[in-house]
Design a protein around this ligand. Structure first.
Ligand code: GLP
Length: 243
């Protein structure tokens, strides 16, 4: 694990965008995984600007989504499907044939998990994965207490995740469960970018980066991942001793 602390949200976002661009330049057929949430919004804006400015060709890469709400139609504003298309795929001209996102409306969630596992295996693993962190230490929807050996799976969501999740939608939306890549897949990404910014993430970043390795804080497992780059602003890193 490497920790990189930036002066502000904009510079950390630019650094994350640079790594995604480098990945695609180096391996045009890269498998990329994107997360939703507030944290990566600026990274995606900068990624689009830099991709245009550097003529980076995304036409051969393949993209997956980190997680999805179960029981919410994908066309609805706020789903991973909707937001990733709006913020990343459409602006970059990534075609539907290059994308696989969990279908949270599939009544057979196990089959949905198997499909995602098969996509990742068929591409030889994820080349670059961008994730955020929940205030309870979740990555994707890997909530505290999760079995860290799991691949894609269904997850009952905790109160803080449901409360913050509601903000992604533009109207009250019933949510209770999610479908997510498992930590086994997250930690194996060839480059794992964990982003966090702002005061609301200071305490959990301290626990994740310098605390005990425990599934009570799923993100603490990044400490074991040589491939993990923790990209944070000064505020999120304010409690770290090794600054
Ligand atoms: C959500 C998502 C995660 C996201 C996290 C942090 O529950 N499932 O993928 O990374 O919470 O969100 P934010 O970036 O809005 O703080």
């Amino acid at each position: 694990m490497t920790v990189k602390i930036f002066d502000d949200y904009n510079s950390m976002s630019a650094a994350a965008a640079d790594i995604i661009i480098e990945t695609v330049k180096h391996k045009p057929e890269a498998l990329l995984c994107f997360a939703t949430g507030n944290t990566p919004v600026r990274t995606y804006e900068i990624l689009i600007e830099k991709a245009k400015a550097s003529n980076t060709d995304f036409s051969r890469c393949f993209c997956i989504g980190l997680d999805e709400w179960i029981g919410v139609p994908k066309e609805k504003y706020g789903t991973c499907h909707y937001l990733l298309h709006q913020q990343v795929f459409n602006p970059l001209g990534i075609k539907s044939s290059q994308i696989h996102i969990f279908d949270g409306m599939n009544t057979n969630i196990k089959a949905e998990c198997n499909k995602m596992d098969a996509v990742i295996d068929s591409k030889g693993g994820v080349d670059c994965m961008l994730v955020g962190i929940g205030i309870n230490g979740h990555i994707g929807f890997n909530e505290p207490g999760v079995d860290v050996t799991l691949k894609a799976h269904e997850q009952e969501l905790h109160g803080s995740t449901l409360a913050s999740g509601q903000h992604y939608f533009n109207e009250p939306t019933p949510i209770s469960k999610g479908i997510t890549l498992g930590l086994a897949q997250v930690l194996k990404a060839k480059k794992l970018l964990l982003l966090a910014n702002g005061k609301s993430k200071t305490a959990i970043i301290k626990q994740a980066v310098e605390g005990e390795l425990t599934n009570k804080v799923p993100a603490s497992y990044v400490q074991r991942a040589d491939n993990a780059i923790i990209i944070i602003d000064k505020e999120a890193g304010a409690q770290l001793s090794a600054k």
